[in-house]
Design a protein around this ligand. Structure first.
Ligand SMILES: Nc1ncnc2c1ncn2[C@@H]1O[C@H](COP(=O)(O)OP(=O)(O)OP(=O)(O)O)[C@@H](O)[C@H]1O
Length: 586
């Protein structure tokens, strides 16, 4: 292979054995039902095992974490450790605490399954200097941290620069494109002066940017550059092929009734990750859902870290199906649109800054497990934000769908997104099509109830529930900290999807009576359920069937049209879309 190579996704299938990994790791992967490497893993693992510096750029959800963790663990399992080490052998740097936690638990679960003695720790910015000292005593073979924490260790003498020079043999920068934008440049510069030249350096990233180039120059020596199609590279393949993208055009005011119809009539498959641009909006949605008996949880930068981690764990474990997330870049005090009246209101940057956690990241890198549908309740503010939101579904070999609710005010960003997806209308419509399962009748049948409930979700109710949730979570986080020290695997201590509304939901709103539903919608919802069962996803709550391969013929979004089921006939969407000008790939 030459030093700069594109990784082709359709290359012949190769096994983990053929990549030369330790048999213990292969057995561990088998236990995790991971049987074949993803394209980026196929190419990166042998190079990393050979000791090469590698820059791996591959789209979201392509398996970059195992692409470096597997060869790293292989090396640590097979090399004799030096008793003289005063600093870790390997250092993994990530931009957020959530990622620290995620990488740490992925790596630890592999180590446990391999039954190997190896210490891997994470450092968090909430640790005091003495806690950092205790955690690093030994020292552990692998440390996972944000650059800021490592800098704290260096500047407080918890780790000596000379010890790093003597011991460090692998340095990994994960989500490298974010490290600089999170403001870690100085921390990284301070560290690199101690990184020895013989140290192998790996840089993993979902996008290429000037920041990645900067880091490459700062840290790597003549690396292999591996590229899978990605943002800014080719337009064809920005979003994984196994994610179907849809949109619904509606007024900002009508978004509530549309999302209610999607969830309540079960027209989208669970689990569902819903994105909003402001924390208030996420609470508004939660309170609105509550009145219809739909349980959800919110996730945002305002919550304490342990609560956020716990919410993620609970959602990943399938304890609830709907998570409403506000992404970090969106909540950073920019002008935000209030959907109720369309008026814009400014949030004071100063006011928000002290509350939001700068090391929090929902969108980038977080591996939400078995999310089948991503809903953009509000459109992200950038096209890149869209790509990363959608990347939370269809991870690795899973399938997924996205539905974006687009109001007139959001048309501009929607156009930008479309031009990122394809150069011309024909191409765009192959990637993103009108959502076919929701008929006008279905929306209208719920309108009265939705508008009635929406009126009861006042600004004051939103503010109160947000404050109450924060209080609950702060309390939770104290309990959690103590509890998890004793029972690290116990997930069921606290519920994050509990009711915030003071008013119990009215019984008649919990179910949608049949007389409100037109036959087309009933049919659509039945088919979505059947498809879920057929795709091995009948009970995602228990984490089964996540790897159900995509069965095109059974996917209702491929074969069903709410507007014209009869005309569509056997070919369903296919025929219908062919009739239209924009010919979506269905
Ligand atoms: N070879 C594989 N086969 C099946 N699943 C895999 C494989 N490798 C990784 N996965 C799973 O795919 C999911 C996504 O992997 P990962 O988080 O590493 O993606 P990523 O490329 O780092 O994405 P992002 O850029 O969004 O962080 C994870 O749940 C992981 O366990």
């Amino acid at each position: 292979m030459n030093k700069e190579g594109r990784v082709e996704e359709e290359e012949e299938e190769q096994t983990f054995e053929e990549l030369g990994l330790d048999p213990r790791l292969i057995r561990a992967l088998t236990k995790k039902t991971i049987d074949k490497p993803t394209p980026i893993q196929r190419v990166a693992i042998p190079l990393i095992l050979e000791g090469k510096d590698v820059v791996a750029r591959a789209k979201t959800g392509s398996g970059k974490t195992f692409a470096y963790l597997l060869p790293l663990l292989h090396k640590l399992f097979t090399q004799s450790s030096s008793a003289k080490n005063l600093a870790p052998t390997a250092l993994i740097l990530v931009p957020t605490r959530e990622l620290c936690q995620q990488v740490c638990s992925e790596a630890n679960s592999l180590i446990e399954l391999c039954r190997v003695q190896l210490r891997l720790v994470q450092l968090t910015s909430s640790m005091s200097v003495s806690e950092l000292r205790t955690t690093l005593a030994g020292p552990p073979e692998v440390v996972i941290s944000t650059p800021a924490c490592i800098q704290t260790c260096l500047s407080n003498g918890v780790i000596q620069g000379q010890a790093v020079q003597d011991s460090l043999s692998i340095l990994i920068l994960d989500e490298a494109d974010l490290l600089l934008s999170y403001g870690y440049e100085d921390d990284l510069k301070a560290l690199t002066s101690h990184v020895p030249r013989r140290c192998q350096c790996l840089l993993m990233s979902a996008t290429s940017s000037s920041d990645v180039e900067k880091l490459k120059k700062l840290i790597l020596h003549n690396p292999y550059i591996l590229t899978l199609p990605e943002v800014g590279e080719t337009k064809d393949d920005i979003i994984p092929k196994n994610v179907q993208q849809f949109y619904i055009s509606c007024s900002a005011r009508d978004k509530l009734v549309h999302i209610l119809a999607l969830l309540k009539l079960e027209l989208v498959q669970k689990k569902v990750l819903i994105f909003t641009n402001s924390i208030d909006m996420s609470f508004r949605l939660k309170l609105f859902f509550e009145q219809f008996g739909i349980k959800s949880a919110v996730l945002n930068a305002e919550l304490p870290q342990s609560s956020r981690l716990h919410i993620l764990e609970e959602f990943n474990a399938g304890l609830f199906d709907y998570l409403i997330a506000t992404d970090e870049s969106q909540s950073e005090g920019k002008e935000q649109v209030d959907d109720q009246n369309g008026s814009e209101r400014k949030k004071s940057k100063k006011h928000r800054k002290h509350k939001l956690d700068a090391e929090f990241g929902v969108v980038r890198g977080i591996d939400f497990k078995n999310v089948h549908t991503v809903i953009n309740y509000e459109m992200p503010q950038t096209a890149a934000g869209y790509v990363h939101r959608i990347g939370r579904t269809g991870r690795a070999y899973n399938t997924g769908a996205s539905v974006s609710l687009v109001s007139d005010e959001e048309m501009e960003i929607f156009e930008e997104i479309k031009s990122l997806l394809g150069e011309n209308e024909d191409k765009v419509s192959q990637f993103i099509a009108p959502f076919p399962l929701l008929s006008k009748n279905a929306v209208e049948s719920l309108r009265y109830r939705a508008e009635d409930v929406a009126r009861s979700v006042t600004k004051i109710a939103v503010r109160e529930s947000r404050a109450q949730d924060l209080r609950n979570e702060i309390l939770n986080s104290q309990k959690l900290k103590a509890h998890f020290q004793d029972n690290p695997k116990d997930l069921d201590l606290l519920k994050h999807d509990k009711m915030l509304s003071k008013k119990a939901p009215a019984p008649h709103l919990r179910d949608v009576p049949d007389y409100l539903l037109d036959p087309t919608t009933q049919e659509a919802s039945k088919i979505v359920k059947l498809a879920r069962a057929a795709m091995g996803n009948a009970n995602p709550s228990r984490g089964k069937g996540s790897k159900g391969r995509f069965k095109r013929s059974r996917d209702p979004l491929k074969t069903f049209s709410a507007e014209a089921p009869k005309r569509a006939g056997k070919g369903g969407m296919k025929r219908k879309v062919k009739d239209t000008d924009n010919g979506h790939k269905q």
